[in-house]
Design a protein around this ligand. Sequence first.
Ligand code: SAH
Length: 235
Amino acid sequence: MARANDTTCLMSNAQSHKQLKISPARQAMVQQQLVARGISDPAVLRAMQEVPRERFVPESIRDAACEDRALPVGNGQTISQPYIVAYMTEKLQVRPEHRVLEIGTGTGYQTAILHRLGAEVYSVERIAHLHESARQRLADLGFGPVHLRCGDGTLGWPEHAPYDRIIVTAGAPETPAPLVEQLAESGRIVIPIGRRDYQVLICVEKREGRTVETTLIPCRFVGLIGQQGWPQAEH
Ligand code: SAH
């Protein structure tokens, strides 16, 4: 049963297997920014090619959507650089049967990529306005069903645990304990860990109840704010 502040929603899956149009800008993005830098999982490359990134950024900067950088999306938040989205998704090793928890829905772009890989996606966003516009956008574009919730993702989403994969798209001081608890055996978490302004991507795997950490690449995300994250927004 959803709690009072949950805004869980189930969207139409009418278009979920629809053939999506591939734009030249996205094709170039995939070749020049992803393939050229070593992203090789065909399913990840296909999803990055198919999901219309330009529809996830404010209209005023739509022409810049496929550029090789993060872009501002309002409320002091950003949509991650295409390479980082592809890299994290590849490291997550998502399979179609997986239940995936995402913390930091933001625009819903990463949510759409995970959905396109066939996973059952649960995504949590703390800013109500972003949660609501992502919900609307994903519904309009036909990416569903996906399960979205507005709340503090540092506590995970215990009602639907365990998750085979967990991806955190905001920078944390350390891996929130509830996420480790909600991770299935043989599951993995990809999360940026470090300071407020600079982090390193970490992969946490659960093997026989114990966790094994691998350090990946440096990165820069906005802060993960909540009970098990940073105490407040930085202004
Ligand atoms: N994955 C997003 C980009 C995320 S930016 C995309 O593809 O567009 C990071 C997001 O994490 C922001 O929207 C921010 O509001 C959110 N966030 C920060 N702390 C959070 C928390 N404790 N729980 C849920 N979301 C959080």
